[in-house]
Design a protein around this ligand. Structure first.
Ligand SMILES: NC(=O)c1ccc[n+]([C@@H]2O[C@H](COP(=O)([O-])OP(=O)(O)OC[C@H]3O[C@@H](n4cnc5c(N)ncnc54)[C@H](OP(=O)(O)O)[C@@H]3O)[C@@H](O)[C@H]2O)c1
Length: 306
C-alpha cells in the first residue's frame, strides 16, 4: 500500500547506489508515495529488481533510471538541480559517484553508508546531510536482494534541527525508523562495532562470533574498542566510554554472520576501512592522540587490499 501524493511528494528522490541498501530505501520511499529515480552508470531507462522481504515475500521493484554523469564535465541530461538524493554506494566510491551530479545548493542528502566522513567536501555548502544508520542486513541472493534482517534505522543530522517535513510520511512505511535525540551516540556505537568487528573478521577470515572465542583476537578487540573510546570521549565527554561489552554482545548476536569487510576482502574488493577506522584515526590525529591498534589494523587490511 502506498501513501497518496501530497505537495511534499512532488520532489523526486534520486538514488546513487542502487545496491542492497539503496534498493531497500527505494522500496520504503516508493511505499511512502515518493518517486525514486536511480542514477546509473549505464543507459538503461528502467531498473527492475526483486527484493525478498524477511518473511520470504518477493517484491518487484521498478525504478526510473537516469545515466549518472561519467565525469564532472559531463552534464546530467534531463535533470535540473537535484534537491533530494540518497547516497548508498560503498563509501570509497562516493567521490566518483557524486562527480558531475548537479546538486541544488540547498539539497537534502541521505547518507546511507557505514563509517563517517565519506561525503566531506563533496556536497554544496548549503546542503543538508542527513545520516542514516541502519542495523538492517540486505544481501545479494542470485539476481535478487534478500532482506536478511529488518532492524532499527536511525536518522539524524549535525544541525540537530529535528526531522524534515517528509520524514513523517517515510516513517509510516520504513519499519523501525527513528529520529532519536541521541543520534550521534547511536552512530558512534555502530561505528565502534564496525571498527572492531569488520577488520578483525576480514583479516582473519572468520565469522563475527569467532572474535571473542579466540583469546588473541579478543585482546585485539579490547584494544581497538579502548582506543576508539579514548577518541570519542575526547570529542564528547558525555560519551559513555565503555564500548567493549556492546561490541561483544553484537559479535555474539551475529555470531554466524560474515561482516561486510570480510565479504569485500574475500571478493578482492576495496573495503570501507578508510571511512570506519580511518575516520577514528583522522579524529585522533587532529587531537594528537595515538591509536596504535587502529594504525596497525588499517595498514594490515590495506596491505592485503590496497
Ligand atoms: N548491505 C547491508 O546489509 C548494509 C547494512 C548497513 C549498512 N550498509 C552500508 O550501506 C552502503 C551500501 O552497501 P550495500 O551493501 O548496499 O552495497 P552494494 O550492494 O555493493 O551497493 C552499492 C551500489 O553502489 C553502486 N555504485 C558504485 N559506484 C557507483 C557510481 N559511481 N555511480 C552510481 N552507482 C554506483 C553499485 O553499482 P554496481 O552494482 O553497478 O557496481 C552498487 O549498486 C555501504 O556503506 C554499507 O556499509 C550496508
Amino acid at each position: 500500500m502506498t501513501t497518496p501524493a501530497s505537495p511534499d511528494h512532488a520532489e523526486p528522490w534520486y538514488l546513487l547506489g542502487a545496491g542492497n541498501m539503496g534498493l531497500l530505501a527505494a522500496h520504503y520511499l516508493q511505499r511512502a508515495g515518493f518517486t525514486v529515480i536511480a542514477l546509473r552508470r549505464d543507459a538503461t531507462p528502467t531498473l527492475e529488481r526483486t527484493l525478498i522481504l524477511p518473511n520470504g515475500d518477493p517484491v518487484s521493484l521498478q525504478l526510473r533510471c537516469q545515466r549518472a554523469p561519467a565525469s564532472e564535465t559531463e552534464p546530467l541530461v534531463g535533470a535540473g538541480p537535484i534537491r533530494r538524493l540518497v547516497v548508498a554506494c560503498k563509501a570509497p566510491f562516493s567521490a566518483a559517484a557524486l562527480s558531475g551530479v548537479p546538486l541544488a545548493a540547498d539539497a537534502t542528502v541521505l547518507r546511507l553508508q557505514n563509517g563517517l566522513g565519506s561525503l566531506e567536501g563533496l556536497l554544496p555548502e548549503g546542503a543538508r546531510m542527513i545520516e542514516v544508520v541502519s542495523a538492517s542486513a540486505v544481501k545479494r541472493d542470485g539476481d535478487a536482494h534478500r532482506v536478511v534482517a529488518e532492524n532499527d534505522t536511525w536518522m539524524g543530522d549535525r544541525a540537530d534541527g529535528g526531522p524534515p517535513a517528509w520524514y513523517g510520511a517515510l516513517a509510516g512505511h520504513w519499519p523501525k525508523l527513528h529520529w532519536p535525540d541521541d543520534f550521534r551516540h547511536r552512530q558512534w556505537r555502530k561505528l565502534v562495532g564496525n571498527a572492531v568487528i569488520n577488520p578483525l573478521t576480514g583479516l582473519h577470515d572468520v565469522a563475527n562470533g569467532h572474535i571473542f572465542q579466540d583469546p588473541a583476537l579478543a585482546t585485539e578487540a579490547e584494544q581497538l574498542a579502548r582506543e576508539a573510546d579514548q577518541v570519542l570521549t575526547t570529542l564528547d565527554p558525555t560519551w559513555p566510554g565503555d564500548s567493549l561489552p556492546g561490541v561483544r554482545a553484537l559479535a555474539e548476536a551475529t555470531a554466524g554472520n560474515t561482516s561486510s569487510m570480510r565479504a569485500d576482502m574475500q571478493a578482492g574488493a576495496v573495503t570501507e576501512i578508510d571511512a570506519i577506522n580511518g575516520w577514528l584515526l583522522r579524529q585522533a590525529e587532529a587531537l594528537e592522540i595515538d591509536l596504535p591498534a587502529h594504525r596497525r589494523i588499517i595498514a594490515a587490511v590495506k596491505a592485503r587490499h590496497p
